[in-house]
Design a protein around this ligand. Structure first.
Ligand code: GDD
Length: 327
């Protein structure tokens, strides 16, 4: 039997790279969409997929061009399509609302339309987000919780969620939405708070910094490990029927708690180093995220195994090792 073909957008990111490795381990023929500049600058832009680069087929395309998306979907003819590409940093979406909205919504729409037109039997995954819950209507948040996004990033994800559901209902596409709560790993980008903290701890330990400026320390997030969350994406596409699923740990911690634990693992007290910078506060904050993943547990048999403490430790250990100051 021919290998199953998977197409991943956002393959160079944290989730894309873990998903690519996971699908390769399952015997898939894995294809990814990347920007042309990434192919021209592999040492900087393809680092997360460097280890599996020779087992992937990369296609240069722009998520902002229907023609280029159409061309790649036609060339690959995937059996499964994982749409992870997005401007995913919430803070940037306040600086550049229009680009975030345009790129995220159009990218999703182009890809759905191309899949529907060329490979209507292809199973489709959309990376929805707990940011869609925003100013939360209930605690914990589950699939039935109404959305109230607090940023153009969140708004763009709600639109992507609705587009995906509409393609499922209107055209019969096997299209599923993951509502993924925050998920982190040593491969996380440095702009996100967890990596900012663990890289900051490493720099302080290495004597390269004396302070770590952070914004709102009281914001609470449901933080899981990205390696486990990409498996939930795959499980969604193995179900007979497409559907929407919350993926979360069911535990919430504040940014302060994350910082406290990260510094503690390195033998430091966060109070000696963390300074609050009001400029890093967001114009509208999502104060509390806590997910209820009962449906994913019952229908997908998915549960997280990596604990909060293990996640923080792995990230601190990796960053300290990278700077030559292992724990
Ligand atoms: N980035 C950042 N930097 N965040 C800070 C800082 C800081 O210095 N100080 C405090 N925070 C707070 C933010 O205000 C926010 O409440 C929380 O830390 C988490 O911020 P991020 O790590 O930037 O992630 P996010 O929760 O906004 O969004 C992430 O998770 C979503 C899922 O809920 C991203 O991965 C999104 O793409 C994803 O959809």
């Amino acid at each position: 039997m021919d290998k199953k073909r998977a197409l991943i957008t956002g393959i160079t990111g944290q989730d894309g790279s873990y998903l690519a490795e996971f699908l390769i381990s399952k015997g898939y023929d894995v294809h990814g969409i990347v920007r042309r500049v990434a192919l021209e600058d592999p040492d900087n832009r393809l680092t997360r997929i460097a280890a599996v680069r020779d087992q992937l087929t990369l296609h240069a395309a722009s998520m902002e061009s229907y023609a280029s998306i159409h061309q790649v979907v036609g060339a690959v003819k995937p059996n499964e399509c994982y749409h992870l590409a997005a401007q995913s940093f919430v803070s940037y979406s306040f600086d550049d609302e229009f680009s975030t909205i345009n790129a995220n919504i159009n990218g999703t729409h182009y890809l759905l339309a191309a899949v529907k037109n060329i490979v209507p039997d292809c199973r489709f995954y959309f990376a929805g987000s707990s940011e869609m819950f925003g100013k939360v209507a209930e605690v914990p948040q589950r699939e039935s919780t109404p959305f109230h996004p607090r940023s153009t990033y969140g708004i763009s994800k709600v639109a992507g969620f609705d587009l995906t559901r509409n393609y499922r209902e209107a055209y019969g596409l096997h299209a599923s939405n993951g509502i993924l709560f925050n998920h982190e790993a040593p491969r996380r980008g440095h702009e996100f708070v967890t990596r900012k903290i663990t890289a900051g701890v490493a720099r302080i330990r290495a004597g390269r910094a004396t302070q770590l400026p952070l914004g709102n320390l009281e914001a609470k997030r449901d933080w899981g490990h990205a390696r486990e969350y990409v498996q939930a994406m795959w499980l969604m596409l193995q179900q007979e029927q497409p559907d929407d699923y919350v993926v979360a740990t069911g535990e919430t911690h504040s940014v302060r708690e994350f910082a406290e634990l990260a510094f503690k693992f390195a033998g430091l007290d966060y109070k000696d180093y963390v300074v609050v910078d009001r400029q890093l506060y967001r114009p509208a904050e999502v104060n509390l995220l806590l997910g209820d993943a009962t449906k994913a547990h019952e229908r997908l048999d998915w549960t997280r195994k990596i604990t909060f403490a293990d996640l923080v430790r792995e990230m601190v250990e990796t960053d300290c090792r990278l700077l030559g100051v292992p724990l």
